[in-house]
Design a protein around this ligand. Sequence first.
Ligand SMILES: [Mg+2]
Length: 229
Amino acid sequence: MKGKFKYVFFDADDTLWENEQFFRDAEESFIRLLSPYTGPEGVQQMLWDRQEENIPLFGYGSKTYMIGMSDAAMELCGGHLPAEIYHGIKKIITDLTYHEFRLLDGVEETLEALYGHYTLVVATKGDVTEQMCKFRQSGLGKYFHHVEVMENKCEQNYLELAAKHDIAPQQLLMVGNSVKSDIAPVINVGGTAINTPHNVVWVHEMMDMPESDRITVVKSIKDIVNFLL
Ligand SMILES: [Mg+2]
């Protein structure tokens, strides 16, 4: 990979900073809140189903999660949403939105090593306000040339990302934790990807790793330096 790329694109959630664990904690709080109405598995499945319906309509992020939780709760409560359940959901989402910020291990030293050798770009998806707020909290602004909050991470979105930076799709080098969002679509448009697996994976993002010699899997984000410098 050395000398082959000018840009390195980084996913953000669960690649640069902790994210999914906080959503998982929120999900557990929601299950506890609604478990008097049905078993935990039923609450969880209902939440996943309603969330999948709402993502195409409202995008990613905690506000969409609030709608998904409200829809699931309404259905579990027989069509009437009690005020205490609504306020319980709002508290869960507020806690999720204002959780402590946690940078992942090795991120800062990796960016510091790469800075000056590559143009570093954040390529995240989600709610613009939420993602930019997390980016500011991260203190990583000094390393990045640019932040892209993408509408989604499908092939078309990566083609648009390449075009925006005036590079061919084959010159895309993406680093990220999600096989579905950061690896597979980049490979499908001819790019190269480095997977930095995270121990917590959102059910929406689960996918088997495709076969390609343009994919590298590393244990820690720190290891990417060995491939790039
Ligand atoms: Mg991610």
